[in-house]
Design a protein around this ligand. Structure first.
Ligand code: GCU
Length: 623
Protein backbone atom coordinates (compact mmCIF):
# COMPACT_ATOMS: atom_id res chain seq x y z
CA UNK A 1 0.00 0.00 0.00
CA UNK A 2 1.47 3.41 -1.01
CA UNK A 3 2.87 5.29 2.00
CA UNK A 4 0.90 8.45 1.14
CA UNK A 5 -2.35 6.50 0.92
CA UNK A 6 -1.64 4.76 4.21
CA UNK A 7 -0.90 8.08 5.95
CA UNK A 8 -4.14 9.52 4.57
CA UNK A 9 -6.03 6.47 5.77
CA UNK A 10 -4.47 6.60 9.23
CA UNK A 11 -5.21 10.30 9.57
CA UNK A 12 -8.87 9.60 8.85
CA UNK A 13 -8.84 6.73 11.34
CA UNK A 14 -7.12 8.78 14.06
CA UNK A 15 -9.60 11.62 13.67
CA UNK A 16 -12.47 9.15 13.93
CA UNK A 17 -10.74 7.23 16.72
CA UNK A 18 -12.65 8.82 19.56
CA UNK A 19 -16.04 8.65 17.89
CA UNK A 20 -18.01 5.47 18.49
CA UNK A 21 -16.73 3.23 15.70
CA UNK A 22 -19.20 1.38 13.54
CA UNK A 23 -19.89 -2.00 15.02
CA UNK A 24 -17.50 -4.79 14.05
CA UNK A 25 -19.46 -7.96 13.32
CA UNK A 26 -18.39 -11.57 13.73
CA UNK A 27 -15.89 -10.66 16.44
CA UNK A 28 -15.64 -14.31 17.53
CA UNK A 29 -13.41 -14.85 14.52
CA UNK A 30 -11.07 -12.01 15.44
CA UNK A 31 -7.71 -12.03 17.22
CA UNK A 32 -8.69 -10.86 20.69
CA UNK A 33 -7.41 -10.33 24.18
CA UNK A 34 -10.29 -11.45 26.41
CA UNK A 35 -10.76 -9.04 29.32
CA UNK A 36 -13.25 -11.16 31.24
CA UNK A 37 -12.65 -12.08 34.88
CA UNK A 38 -12.42 -10.11 38.11
CA UNK A 39 -12.55 -6.32 37.74
CA UNK A 40 -12.07 -3.98 40.68
CA UNK A 41 -14.95 -1.59 41.34
CA UNK A 42 -16.17 1.49 43.15
CA UNK A 43 -19.86 1.95 43.92
CA UNK A 44 -20.68 5.59 43.15
CA UNK A 45 -24.41 6.37 43.59
CA UNK A 46 -23.71 10.13 43.69
CA UNK A 47 -21.37 9.94 40.64
CA UNK A 48 -18.64 11.70 42.58
CA UNK A 49 -16.12 10.27 40.15
CA UNK A 50 -17.80 11.97 37.21
CA UNK A 51 -19.10 15.36 38.47
CA UNK A 52 -17.51 18.00 40.70
CA UNK A 53 -19.33 19.44 43.72
CA UNK A 54 -21.01 22.00 41.43
CA UNK A 55 -22.29 19.01 39.39
CA UNK A 56 -20.11 19.83 36.38
CA UNK A 57 -18.50 16.93 34.50
CA UNK A 58 -14.90 16.64 35.62
CA UNK A 59 -12.25 17.59 33.09
CA UNK A 60 -10.54 14.61 31.50
CA UNK A 61 -7.23 15.26 33.26
CA UNK A 62 -8.75 16.01 36.68
CA UNK A 63 -6.96 13.73 39.19
CA UNK A 64 -10.22 13.41 41.19
CA UNK A 65 -11.93 11.71 38.25
CA UNK A 66 -12.35 7.96 38.81
CA UNK A 67 -10.99 7.23 35.34
CA UNK A 68 -7.62 8.67 36.35
CA UNK A 69 -4.98 6.92 38.38
CA UNK A 70 -5.75 6.14 41.99
CA UNK A 71 -2.04 5.98 42.83
CA UNK A 72 -0.62 8.89 44.87
CA UNK A 73 2.27 10.75 43.21
CA UNK A 74 3.64 11.06 46.78
CA UNK A 75 2.43 10.36 50.28
CA UNK A 76 0.99 13.85 50.62
CA UNK A 77 -1.21 13.86 47.51
CA UNK A 78 -4.95 13.66 48.30
CA UNK A 79 -6.71 10.71 46.69
CA UNK A 80 -10.38 10.06 47.55
CA UNK A 81 -10.89 7.13 45.20
CA UNK A 82 -9.11 3.85 44.65
CA UNK A 83 -9.41 0.36 43.22
CA UNK A 84 -8.34 -2.62 45.35
CA UNK A 85 -8.91 -6.36 45.22
CA UNK A 86 -11.19 -6.23 48.24
CA UNK A 87 -13.82 -4.81 45.91
CA UNK A 88 -14.11 -6.95 42.78
CA UNK A 89 -16.91 -8.02 40.45
CA UNK A 90 -16.97 -10.81 37.88
CA UNK A 91 -17.18 -9.74 34.22
CA UNK A 92 -19.30 -10.72 32.38
CA UNK A 93 -22.12 -10.66 34.88
CA UNK A 94 -24.71 -8.31 36.31
CA UNK A 95 -23.76 -6.85 39.70
CA UNK A 96 -27.14 -7.52 41.32
CA UNK A 97 -26.56 -11.23 41.87
CA UNK A 98 -22.91 -11.00 42.93
CA UNK A 99 -23.30 -9.42 46.37
CA UNK A 100 -26.35 -8.94 48.63
CA UNK A 101 -25.73 -5.18 48.80
CA UNK A 102 -26.26 -5.02 45.04
CA UNK A 103 -29.58 -6.90 44.88
CA UNK A 104 -31.68 -3.76 44.38
CA UNK A 105 -28.88 -1.37 43.33
CA UNK A 106 -29.59 0.96 40.43
CA UNK A 107 -26.96 3.60 39.83
CA UNK A 108 -23.30 3.96 38.86
CA UNK A 109 -20.52 1.45 39.42
CA UNK A 110 -16.98 2.11 38.19
CA UNK A 111 -15.19 -0.98 36.89
CA UNK A 112 -11.41 -1.08 36.50
CA UNK A 113 -9.15 -3.62 34.84
CA UNK A 114 -5.37 -3.38 34.35
CA UNK A 115 -3.79 -5.35 31.53
CA UNK A 116 -0.53 -5.67 29.65
CA UNK A 117 -0.56 -5.67 25.87
CA UNK A 118 2.01 -6.59 23.24
CA UNK A 119 1.31 -4.83 19.97
CA UNK A 120 1.85 -6.71 16.72
CA UNK A 121 4.56 -5.71 14.30
CA UNK A 122 3.32 -3.60 11.41
CA UNK A 123 0.42 -1.21 11.43
CA UNK A 124 -2.70 -2.58 13.10
CA UNK A 125 -5.85 -1.10 14.57
CA UNK A 126 -7.21 -1.83 18.01
CA UNK A 127 -10.82 -1.86 19.23
CA UNK A 128 -12.34 -2.39 22.64
CA UNK A 129 -15.49 -4.52 22.14
CA UNK A 130 -18.32 -4.97 24.67
CA UNK A 131 -21.01 -7.65 24.21
CA UNK A 132 -23.38 -5.52 26.30
CA UNK A 133 -23.39 -3.09 29.23
CA UNK A 134 -26.65 -2.14 30.95
CA UNK A 135 -27.39 0.68 30.52
CA UNK A 136 -24.93 3.51 29.88
CA UNK A 137 -21.18 2.92 29.52
CA UNK A 138 -18.49 5.62 29.59
CA UNK A 139 -15.18 4.00 28.62
CA UNK A 140 -11.70 5.32 29.45
CA UNK A 141 -8.25 3.93 28.77
CA UNK A 142 -5.14 5.34 30.46
CA UNK A 143 -7.08 8.50 31.36
CA UNK A 144 -8.45 9.12 27.87
CA UNK A 145 -12.15 8.81 27.03
CA UNK A 146 -12.76 6.31 24.21
CA UNK A 147 -16.51 6.85 24.02
CA UNK A 148 -19.97 6.52 25.54
CA UNK A 149 -22.68 4.02 24.65
CA UNK A 150 -26.32 3.72 25.69
CA UNK A 151 -28.42 0.57 25.35
CA UNK A 152 -28.35 -2.38 27.69
CA UNK A 153 -28.48 -5.40 25.38
CA UNK A 154 -26.44 -4.76 22.24
CA UNK A 155 -22.71 -4.77 21.43
CA UNK A 156 -20.52 -1.75 20.77
CA UNK A 157 -16.85 -1.01 20.17
CA UNK A 158 -14.50 1.97 20.44
CA UNK A 159 -11.20 2.34 18.59
CA UNK A 160 -8.06 2.69 20.67
CA UNK A 161 -5.39 4.90 19.08
CA UNK A 162 -2.28 2.69 18.93
CA UNK A 163 -0.22 5.35 20.69
CA UNK A 164 -2.52 5.12 23.73
CA UNK A 165 -1.83 1.43 24.31
CA UNK A 166 1.02 0.60 26.70
CA UNK A 167 3.03 -2.62 26.90
CA UNK A 168 2.47 -2.73 30.66
CA UNK A 169 -0.24 -1.61 33.06
CA UNK A 170 -3.01 -0.32 30.81
CA UNK A 171 -5.63 1.30 33.05
CA UNK A 172 -9.09 0.49 31.67
CA UNK A 173 -12.05 2.09 33.46
CA UNK A 174 -15.74 1.74 32.59
CA UNK A 175 -18.43 3.82 34.27
CA UNK A 176 -21.66 1.77 34.20
CA UNK A 177 -24.93 3.48 35.05
CA UNK A 178 -28.17 1.46 34.95
CA UNK A 179 -30.54 4.15 36.27
CA UNK A 180 -33.84 4.13 34.41
CA UNK A 181 -35.08 7.26 32.61
CA UNK A 182 -38.36 8.18 30.89
CA UNK A 183 -36.51 9.07 27.68
CA UNK A 184 -34.51 5.86 27.35
CA UNK A 185 -35.17 2.47 25.70
CA UNK A 186 -36.66 0.77 27.71
CA UNK A 187 -38.28 3.47 29.76
CA UNK A 188 -39.01 3.64 33.50
CA UNK A 189 -41.46 0.73 33.83
CA UNK A 190 -40.78 -2.83 32.78
CA UNK A 191 -41.92 -6.20 34.03
CA UNK A 192 -38.37 -7.46 34.51
CA UNK A 193 -35.56 -6.59 36.86
CA UNK A 194 -33.14 -3.92 35.63
CA UNK A 195 -29.94 -5.93 36.08
CA UNK A 196 -26.93 -3.56 35.85
CA UNK A 197 -23.33 -4.11 34.89
CA UNK A 198 -20.93 -5.29 32.23
CA UNK A 199 -23.28 -8.16 31.50
CA UNK A 200 -21.51 -9.70 28.48
CA UNK A 201 -17.90 -10.25 27.44
CA UNK A 202 -15.21 -7.60 26.89
CA UNK A 203 -12.32 -8.05 24.48
CA UNK A 204 -9.57 -6.06 22.79
CA UNK A 205 -9.62 -6.82 19.09
CA UNK A 206 -6.66 -6.38 16.74
CA UNK A 207 -7.42 -5.88 13.05
CA UNK A 208 -5.50 -4.73 9.94
CA UNK A 209 -5.77 -1.09 8.94
CA UNK A 210 -8.45 -1.72 6.33
CA UNK A 211 -10.29 -4.67 7.84
CA UNK A 212 -13.53 -6.44 6.98
CA UNK A 213 -15.93 -4.56 9.24
CA UNK A 214 -19.16 -6.35 8.40
CA UNK A 215 -20.69 -8.63 5.81
CA UNK A 216 -23.94 -10.35 4.94
CA UNK A 217 -24.29 -13.60 3.02
CA UNK A 218 -27.87 -14.79 2.53
CA UNK A 219 -29.86 -17.04 0.24
CA UNK A 220 -31.68 -14.84 -2.26
CA UNK A 221 -35.43 -15.23 -2.11
CA UNK A 222 -36.85 -16.54 -5.41
CA UNK A 223 -40.24 -15.14 -6.45
CA UNK A 224 -42.66 -14.64 -3.49
CA UNK A 225 -44.02 -17.92 -2.24
CA UNK A 226 -41.50 -20.06 -4.12
CA UNK A 227 -38.98 -22.51 -2.71
CA UNK A 228 -35.26 -21.88 -3.39
CA UNK A 229 -34.27 -23.36 -6.73
CA UNK A 230 -31.90 -26.20 -7.60
CA UNK A 231 -29.08 -23.76 -8.31
CA UNK A 232 -29.66 -21.37 -5.41
CA UNK A 233 -28.49 -17.78 -5.66
CA UNK A 234 -26.66 -16.10 -2.82
CA UNK A 235 -26.69 -12.33 -2.28
CA UNK A 236 -25.08 -10.00 0.20
CA UNK A 237 -22.34 -7.46 0.69
CA UNK A 238 -19.02 -6.90 2.39
CA UNK A 239 -18.09 -3.63 4.11
CA UNK A 240 -14.46 -2.63 4.53
CA UNK A 241 -13.43 -0.22 7.26
CA UNK A 242 -12.27 2.25 4.63
CA UNK A 243 -12.12 2.82 0.88
CA UNK A 244 -9.95 0.02 -0.60
CA UNK A 245 -6.65 0.66 -2.37
CA UNK A 246 -6.75 0.40 -6.16
CA UNK A 247 -6.73 -3.21 -7.33
CA UNK A 248 -8.21 -4.65 -4.14
CA UNK A 249 -10.38 -7.72 -4.43
CA UNK A 250 -12.81 -9.55 -2.13
CA UNK A 251 -12.67 -13.33 -2.13
CA UNK A 252 -15.51 -15.48 -0.84
CA UNK A 253 -15.05 -19.21 -0.33
CA UNK A 254 -17.34 -22.05 0.76
CA UNK A 255 -14.86 -24.97 0.92
CA UNK A 256 -17.48 -27.71 1.38
CA UNK A 257 -19.07 -26.69 -1.91
CA UNK A 258 -15.69 -26.20 -3.56
CA UNK A 259 -16.86 -22.66 -4.27
CA UNK A 260 -14.52 -19.68 -4.58
CA UNK A 261 -15.13 -16.33 -6.22
CA UNK A 262 -13.09 -13.13 -6.45
CA UNK A 263 -14.83 -9.79 -6.84
CA UNK A 264 -13.09 -6.45 -7.50
CA UNK A 265 -13.47 -4.13 -4.50
CA UNK A 266 -13.60 -0.56 -5.76
CA UNK A 267 -15.60 0.97 -2.93
CA UNK A 268 -15.97 0.41 0.81
CA UNK A 269 -19.08 -1.68 0.15
CA UNK A 270 -18.75 -4.61 -2.25
CA UNK A 271 -21.94 -6.32 -3.42
CA UNK A 272 -21.90 -10.13 -3.42
CA UNK A 273 -24.09 -12.10 -5.79
CA UNK A 274 -23.46 -15.60 -7.08
CA UNK A 275 -25.07 -18.96 -7.80
CA UNK A 276 -24.08 -22.09 -5.96
CA UNK A 277 -23.84 -25.56 -7.55
CA UNK A 278 -26.00 -27.07 -4.81
CA UNK A 279 -26.92 -26.35 -1.22
CA UNK A 280 -28.38 -28.12 1.78
CA UNK A 281 -30.94 -25.68 3.14
CA UNK A 282 -31.02 -24.76 6.83
CA UNK A 283 -34.15 -25.68 8.82
CA UNK A 284 -34.99 -26.71 12.39
CA UNK A 285 -35.07 -30.33 11.24
CA UNK A 286 -31.78 -29.97 9.38
CA UNK A 287 -29.70 -27.05 10.74
CA UNK A 288 -26.96 -27.25 8.15
CA UNK A 289 -24.22 -24.61 8.53
CA UNK A 290 -21.47 -23.91 6.00
CA UNK A 291 -18.04 -22.46 6.70
CA UNK A 292 -17.92 -19.21 4.74
CA UNK A 293 -14.54 -17.48 4.37
CA UNK A 294 -14.19 -13.85 3.28
CA UNK A 295 -10.84 -12.28 2.54
CA UNK A 296 -9.03 -9.32 0.99
CA UNK A 297 -5.32 -8.74 0.42
CA UNK A 298 -4.92 -7.64 4.04
CA UNK A 299 -7.65 -9.36 6.04
CA UNK A 300 -9.74 -12.47 6.34
CA UNK A 301 -12.64 -13.61 8.46
CA UNK A 302 -14.99 -16.57 8.49
CA UNK A 303 -18.34 -17.55 9.89
CA UNK A 304 -20.67 -20.56 9.99
CA UNK A 305 -23.76 -19.65 7.99
CA UNK A 306 -27.03 -21.46 7.32
CA UNK A 307 -28.84 -20.80 4.06
CA UNK A 308 -32.63 -20.61 4.09
CA UNK A 309 -35.45 -18.32 3.03
CA UNK A 310 -38.23 -17.03 5.29
CA UNK A 311 -41.27 -14.95 4.37
CA UNK A 312 -44.85 -14.16 5.24
CA UNK A 313 -46.77 -15.14 2.12
CA UNK A 314 -50.50 -14.45 2.26
CA UNK A 315 -51.57 -15.79 5.63
CA UNK A 316 -48.75 -18.33 5.87
CA UNK A 317 -45.17 -18.26 7.12
CA UNK A 318 -42.97 -20.02 4.56
CA UNK A 319 -39.58 -21.46 5.47
CA UNK A 320 -37.75 -22.47 2.28
CA UNK A 321 -41.07 -22.09 0.48
CA UNK A 322 -42.97 -24.45 2.78
CA UNK A 323 -45.57 -23.41 5.42
CA UNK A 324 -44.44 -23.76 9.03
CA UNK A 325 -46.20 -23.60 12.37
CA UNK A 326 -44.16 -21.99 15.13
CA UNK A 327 -44.25 -24.05 18.33
CA UNK A 328 -42.70 -21.34 20.43
CA UNK A 329 -41.94 -20.23 23.94
CA UNK A 330 -41.02 -16.78 25.22
CA UNK A 331 -37.73 -16.52 27.11
CA UNK A 332 -36.10 -13.83 29.26
CA UNK A 333 -32.28 -13.64 29.22
CA UNK A 334 -32.06 -14.81 32.80
CA UNK A 335 -30.91 -17.87 34.78
CA UNK A 336 -33.50 -18.01 37.61
CA UNK A 337 -31.65 -20.58 39.72
CA UNK A 338 -28.85 -18.02 40.22
CA UNK A 339 -31.04 -14.90 39.83
CA UNK A 340 -28.82 -13.41 37.12
CA UNK A 341 -28.58 -12.34 33.52
CA UNK A 342 -27.75 -15.15 31.08
CA UNK A 343 -24.54 -14.67 29.09
CA UNK A 344 -22.64 -17.92 28.68
CA UNK A 345 -22.67 -20.94 26.40
CA UNK A 346 -23.89 -23.07 29.33
CA UNK A 347 -26.74 -20.60 29.91
CA UNK A 348 -27.75 -20.81 26.26
CA UNK A 349 -27.65 -24.62 26.43
CA UNK A 350 -29.91 -24.59 29.51
CA UNK A 351 -32.50 -22.22 28.03
CA UNK A 352 -32.71 -23.76 24.56
CA UNK A 353 -32.53 -27.25 26.06
CA UNK A 354 -35.61 -26.49 28.16
CA UNK A 355 -37.39 -25.09 25.10
CA UNK A 356 -36.48 -28.23 23.14
CA UNK A 357 -37.82 -30.38 25.99
CA UNK A 358 -41.13 -28.53 25.70
CA UNK A 359 -41.24 -29.53 22.02
CA UNK A 360 -40.46 -26.09 20.60
CA UNK A 361 -39.09 -25.28 17.16
CA UNK A 362 -39.04 -21.55 17.99
CA UNK A 363 -38.17 -19.15 20.82
CA UNK A 364 -39.21 -15.55 21.33
CA UNK A 365 -36.16 -13.89 22.89
CA UNK A 366 -38.00 -11.23 24.92
CA UNK A 367 -37.88 -8.26 25.31
CA UNK A 368 -34.38 -7.28 24.22
CA UNK A 369 -31.55 -8.80 22.14
CA UNK A 370 -30.11 -11.78 24.03
CA UNK A 371 -26.47 -12.79 24.10
CA UNK A 372 -24.80 -13.85 20.84
CA UNK A 373 -24.15 -17.31 22.31
CA UNK A 374 -27.86 -18.16 22.26
CA UNK A 375 -28.49 -17.00 18.69
CA UNK A 376 -25.44 -18.95 17.49
CA UNK A 377 -26.59 -22.02 19.42
CA UNK A 378 -30.04 -21.66 17.85
CA UNK A 379 -28.30 -21.76 14.46
CA UNK A 380 -26.49 -24.96 15.27
CA UNK A 381 -29.34 -26.89 16.94
CA UNK A 382 -32.10 -25.66 14.61
CA UNK A 383 -34.29 -23.35 16.69
CA UNK A 384 -36.18 -20.48 15.03
CA UNK A 385 -35.75 -17.13 16.79
CA UNK A 386 -37.81 -13.96 17.29
CA UNK A 387 -35.33 -11.20 18.28
CA UNK A 388 -36.60 -7.92 19.75
CA UNK A 389 -35.50 -4.46 20.88
CA UNK A 390 -36.85 -3.18 24.24
CA UNK A 391 -39.34 -0.64 22.85
CA UNK A 392 -41.64 -1.72 25.63
CA UNK A 393 -44.88 -0.22 26.97
CA UNK A 394 -44.77 3.55 27.59
CA UNK A 395 -41.74 4.71 25.61
CA UNK A 396 -41.57 8.48 24.93
CA UNK A 397 -42.84 8.15 21.36
CA UNK A 398 -42.92 11.94 20.89
CA UNK A 399 -39.14 12.26 21.19
CA UNK A 400 -36.90 12.21 18.12
CA UNK A 401 -33.91 11.46 20.36
CA UNK A 402 -35.69 8.39 21.77
CA UNK A 403 -36.43 7.22 18.22
CA UNK A 404 -32.73 7.55 17.38
CA UNK A 405 -31.85 5.54 20.50
CA UNK A 406 -34.28 2.80 19.45
CA UNK A 407 -32.88 2.83 15.90
CA UNK A 408 -29.33 2.53 17.22
CA UNK A 409 -30.27 -0.56 19.23
CA UNK A 410 -32.16 -1.98 16.24
CA UNK A 411 -29.09 -1.53 14.03
CA UNK A 412 -26.72 -3.03 16.61
CA UNK A 413 -29.05 -6.05 16.99
CA UNK A 414 -29.28 -6.60 13.23
CA UNK A 415 -25.60 -5.99 12.45
CA UNK A 416 -24.55 -8.48 15.12
CA UNK A 417 -26.94 -11.22 13.99
CA UNK A 418 -27.85 -10.71 10.34
CA UNK A 419 -25.98 -13.89 9.38
CA UNK A 420 -27.91 -16.05 11.82
CA UNK A 421 -30.23 -18.37 9.88
CA UNK A 422 -32.19 -19.11 13.08
CA UNK A 423 -33.44 -15.53 13.34
CA UNK A 424 -36.60 -15.21 11.26
CA UNK A 425 -38.26 -12.21 12.92
CA UNK A 426 -36.97 -8.79 13.95
CA UNK A 427 -39.41 -7.30 16.44
CA UNK A 428 -39.48 -3.56 17.06
CA UNK A 429 -41.39 -3.67 20.31
CA UNK A 430 -43.95 -4.99 22.70
CA UNK A 431 -47.41 -3.88 23.83
CA UNK A 432 -47.01 -0.21 23.03
CA UNK A 433 -50.20 1.82 23.63
CA UNK A 434 -51.93 2.85 20.37
CA UNK A 435 -51.71 6.52 19.33
CA UNK A 436 -50.74 8.17 16.07
CA UNK A 437 -47.37 9.28 17.40
CA UNK A 438 -46.66 5.73 18.61
CA UNK A 439 -47.70 4.14 15.32
CA UNK A 440 -45.52 6.58 13.40
CA UNK A 441 -42.60 5.83 15.74
CA UNK A 442 -43.02 2.06 15.38
CA UNK A 443 -43.59 2.29 11.63
CA UNK A 444 -40.30 4.11 11.17
CA UNK A 445 -38.58 1.35 13.17
CA UNK A 446 -40.14 -1.28 10.89
CA UNK A 447 -38.95 0.68 7.87
CA UNK A 448 -35.45 0.91 9.33
CA UNK A 449 -35.43 -2.84 10.04
CA UNK A 450 -36.36 -3.58 6.42
CA UNK A 451 -33.70 -1.19 5.16
CA UNK A 452 -31.11 -2.99 7.26
CA UNK A 453 -32.37 -6.46 6.33
CA UNK A 454 -34.96 -7.21 3.65
CA UNK A 455 -34.65 -10.98 4.08
CA UNK A 456 -36.51 -11.52 7.34
CA UNK A 457 -40.01 -10.85 8.68
CA UNK A 458 -40.57 -7.78 10.85
CA UNK A 459 -43.16 -7.63 13.60
CA UNK A 460 -44.07 -6.40 17.11
CA UNK A 461 -46.48 -7.54 19.82
CA UNK A 462 -49.56 -5.55 18.84
CA UNK A 463 -52.57 -4.32 20.78
CA UNK A 464 -55.96 -6.04 20.79
CA UNK A 465 -59.42 -4.46 20.64
CA UNK A 466 -61.44 -6.51 23.11
CA UNK A 467 -64.96 -6.94 21.76
CA UNK A 468 -67.32 -4.57 23.59
CA UNK A 469 -69.11 -7.29 25.49
CA UNK A 470 -68.93 -9.64 22.51
CA UNK A 471 -66.53 -12.57 22.57
CA UNK A 472 -64.86 -11.87 19.26
CA UNK A 473 -61.59 -10.01 19.70
CA UNK A 474 -59.83 -8.39 16.80
CA UNK A 475 -56.15 -7.59 16.42
CA UNK A 476 -56.84 -4.40 14.50
CA UNK A 477 -53.91 -2.37 15.85
CA UNK A 478 -53.09 0.21 13.09
CA UNK A 479 -49.48 -0.95 13.28
CA UNK A 480 -50.72 -4.26 11.82
CA UNK A 481 -50.72 -2.59 8.42
CA UNK A 482 -46.92 -2.36 8.46
CA UNK A 483 -45.80 -5.69 9.94
CA UNK A 484 -45.30 -9.01 8.16
CA UNK A 485 -46.58 -11.10 11.07
CA UNK A 486 -49.59 -9.97 13.13
CA UNK A 487 -48.52 -10.88 16.66
CA UNK A 488 -50.48 -10.21 19.83
CA UNK A 489 -50.40 -10.96 23.56
CA UNK A 490 -53.55 -12.30 25.26
CA UNK A 491 -54.11 -13.35 28.86
CA UNK A 492 -57.68 -14.56 28.76
CA UNK A 493 -58.18 -16.26 32.09
CA UNK A 494 -55.43 -14.47 33.96
CA UNK A 495 -55.96 -10.75 33.36
CA UNK A 496 -59.38 -11.16 31.77
CA UNK A 497 -61.89 -13.29 33.67
CA UNK A 498 -61.35 -16.98 34.38
CA UNK A 499 -59.93 -19.54 31.95
CA UNK A 500 -63.36 -20.87 30.91
CA UNK A 501 -63.85 -17.55 29.05
CA UNK A 502 -61.67 -19.14 26.37
CA UNK A 503 -64.59 -21.44 25.46
CA UNK A 504 -66.66 -18.61 24.05
CA UNK A 505 -63.88 -16.42 22.69
CA UNK A 506 -62.53 -16.20 19.17
CA UNK A 507 -59.80 -14.11 17.64
CA UNK A 508 -59.18 -12.68 14.25
CA UNK A 509 -57.48 -9.84 12.47
CA UNK A 510 -58.57 -7.69 9.54
CA UNK A 511 -55.07 -8.04 8.12
CA UNK A 512 -54.53 -10.73 5.51
CA UNK A 513 -51.34 -11.86 7.24
CA UNK A 514 -50.22 -14.75 9.45
CA UNK A 515 -51.45 -14.50 13.05
CA UNK A 516 -49.17 -15.27 16.00
CA UNK A 517 -49.93 -15.41 19.73
CA UNK A 518 -46.75 -13.84 21.09
CA UNK A 519 -47.73 -14.20 24.75
CA UNK A 520 -50.27 -16.02 26.88
CA UNK A 521 -49.84 -17.27 30.43
CA UNK A 522 -50.72 -17.27 34.10
CA UNK A 523 -48.79 -17.35 37.36
CA UNK A 524 -48.25 -20.45 39.48
CA UNK A 525 -45.95 -20.82 42.44
CA UNK A 526 -44.01 -24.00 41.76
CA UNK A 527 -45.04 -26.72 44.22
CA UNK A 528 -48.18 -24.91 45.43
CA UNK A 529 -51.08 -27.29 44.84
CA UNK A 530 -54.79 -26.66 45.34
CA UNK A 531 -58.01 -26.89 43.29
CA UNK A 532 -58.03 -25.32 39.84
CA UNK A 533 -59.97 -22.27 41.04
CA UNK A 534 -57.21 -21.32 43.46
CA UNK A 535 -55.15 -18.49 41.95
CA UNK A 536 -51.35 -19.08 41.86
CA UNK A 537 -51.74 -22.84 42.23
CA UNK A 538 -50.17 -25.10 39.65
CA UNK A 539 -53.65 -26.48 39.06
CA UNK A 540 -55.01 -23.03 38.10
CA UNK A 541 -52.16 -22.54 35.63
CA UNK A 542 -52.76 -26.06 34.26
CA UNK A 543 -56.47 -25.26 33.78
CA UNK A 544 -55.49 -21.97 32.13
CA UNK A 545 -53.43 -23.77 29.49
CA UNK A 546 -56.00 -26.53 28.97
CA UNK A 547 -58.57 -23.88 28.09
CA UNK A 548 -56.04 -21.94 25.98
CA UNK A 549 -55.08 -25.04 23.95
CA UNK A 550 -58.75 -25.80 23.28
CA UNK A 551 -59.10 -22.20 22.08
CA UNK A 552 -55.95 -22.45 19.91
CA UNK A 553 -57.63 -25.36 18.14
CA UNK A 554 -60.45 -23.02 17.11
CA UNK A 555 -58.15 -20.31 15.79
CA UNK A 556 -58.58 -19.16 12.17
CA UNK A 557 -56.47 -20.75 9.43
CA UNK A 558 -54.04 -17.80 9.51
CA UNK A 559 -52.91 -18.84 13.03
CA UNK A 560 -49.22 -19.59 12.48
CA UNK A 561 -47.93 -20.19 15.98
CA UNK A 562 -47.73 -19.30 19.65
CA UNK A 563 -45.01 -18.49 22.19
CA UNK A 564 -46.54 -18.80 25.68
CA UNK A 565 -45.35 -16.47 28.43
CA UNK A 566 -42.91 -17.81 29.64
CA UNK A 567 -40.29 -20.56 29.81
CA UNK A 568 -39.21 -19.90 33.42
CA UNK A 569 -40.13 -17.70 36.39
CA UNK A 570 -38.16 -14.47 36.34
CA UNK A 571 -37.33 -11.63 38.69
CA UNK A 572 -39.71 -8.64 38.50
CA UNK A 573 -40.15 -5.68 40.87
CA UNK A 574 -43.83 -5.54 39.85
CA UNK A 575 -44.75 -8.85 41.46
CA UNK A 576 -45.16 -8.46 45.21
CA UNK A 577 -47.62 -11.02 46.48
CA UNK A 578 -45.72 -12.07 49.64
CA UNK A 579 -46.87 -15.68 49.50
CA UNK A 580 -46.64 -16.56 45.84
CA UNK A 581 -44.45 -13.99 44.07
CA UNK A 582 -41.94 -12.21 46.39
CA UNK A 583 -40.54 -10.16 43.50
CA UNK A 584 -40.91 -12.92 40.89
CA UNK A 585 -43.19 -13.19 37.90
CA UNK A 586 -44.43 -16.78 38.25
CA UNK A 587 -45.75 -17.39 34.72
CA UNK A 588 -42.92 -19.81 33.96
CA UNK A 589 -43.67 -23.32 32.80
CA UNK A 590 -40.51 -24.03 34.79
CA UNK A 591 -40.18 -22.58 38.27
CA UNK A 592 -37.11 -20.67 39.45
CA UNK A 593 -35.45 -23.91 40.55
CA UNK A 594 -35.79 -25.53 37.13
CA UNK A 595 -38.75 -27.76 38.05
CA UNK A 596 -41.51 -28.29 35.51
CA UNK A 597 -44.96 -27.15 36.57
CA UNK A 598 -48.11 -29.11 35.62
CA UNK A 599 -48.89 -26.63 32.85
CA UNK A 600 -45.62 -27.59 31.13
CA UNK A 601 -47.12 -30.94 30.23
CA UNK A 602 -50.26 -29.37 28.73
CA UNK A 603 -48.19 -27.32 26.28
CA UNK A 604 -45.85 -30.23 25.62
CA UNK A 605 -48.76 -32.48 24.71
CA UNK A 606 -50.18 -29.76 22.42
CA UNK A 607 -46.87 -29.41 20.59
CA UNK A 608 -46.49 -33.19 20.31
CA UNK A 609 -49.95 -33.38 18.75
CA UNK A 610 -48.99 -30.69 16.22
CA UNK A 611 -45.75 -32.47 15.37
CA UNK A 612 -47.63 -35.70 14.80
CA UNK A 613 -50.07 -33.97 12.48
CA UNK A 614 -47.20 -32.33 10.57
CA UNK A 615 -45.48 -35.70 10.18
CA UNK A 616 -48.72 -37.25 8.91
CA UNK A 617 -48.86 -34.45 6.32
CA UNK A 618 -52.09 -32.88 7.61
CA UNK A 619 -52.46 -29.35 6.32
CA UNK A 620 -54.61 -27.78 9.04
CA UNK A 621 -52.37 -28.72 11.92
CA UNK A 622 -54.10 -26.56 14.47
CA UNK A 623 -57.47 -28.19 13.94
C1 GCU B 1 -47.07 -8.52 29.22
C2 GCU B 1 -45.61 -8.23 28.90
C3 GCU B 1 -44.65 -9.13 29.63
C4 GCU B 1 -45.15 -9.33 31.05
C5 GCU B 1 -46.42 -10.12 30.95
C6 GCU B 1 -47.04 -10.38 32.35
O1 GCU B 1 -47.70 -9.02 28.11
O2 GCU B 1 -45.34 -8.31 27.51
O3 GCU B 1 -43.37 -8.52 29.62
O4 GCU B 1 -44.19 -10.02 31.85
O5 GCU B 1 -47.40 -9.42 30.21
O6 GCU B 1 -47.95 -9.63 32.68
O7 GCU B 1 -46.59 -11.28 33.02
Amino acid sequence: MKKSYLLLLLSVCTVAAFAQSNLISNTGARKSLLLNGKWQYIVDPYETGFYDYRYQELAENNPEAYWNTDQQANRTEKKEHGYIDKYRLEVPGDWNHQQPEFTFYEGTVWYKKSFDFTKETGTQRYFLYFGAVNYRADVYLNGKKLGMHKGGFTPFNFEIPAALLRDKGNFLVVKVDNKRHADEVPTLNTDWWNYGGITREVKLITVPVNFIQDFVVQLKKPAPGEAPGKTPEVEGWLKLAAVPAPGETVTIEIPELKFKKMIPATTQLTQLSFKLPKLQLWSPASPKLYRVILSTSADHTEDKIGFRTIEAFGTQVLLNGKPIFMRGISIHGEIPQEVRRAYSQEDAVQLLGQARELGCNMVRLAHYPHDEKITRLADSIGMLVWSEIPVYWTIDFSSKEVLEKAKAQLEEMIVRDHNRASIIIWSVGNETPVSQVRTDFMHSLLTKARELDHTRMVSAALEVSYGSGKDIHSIDDPLGEFVDLVAFNEYLGWYGGSPDKCRTTSWDTPYNKPLFVSETGGDAKGGFHADSLTRFSEEYQEWYFKEQVAMFKRMPAKYAGVSPWILADFRSPRRNNPLYQEGWNRKGLYDDKGNKKKAFYIMKAYYQEIEQKEKSGKRRINK
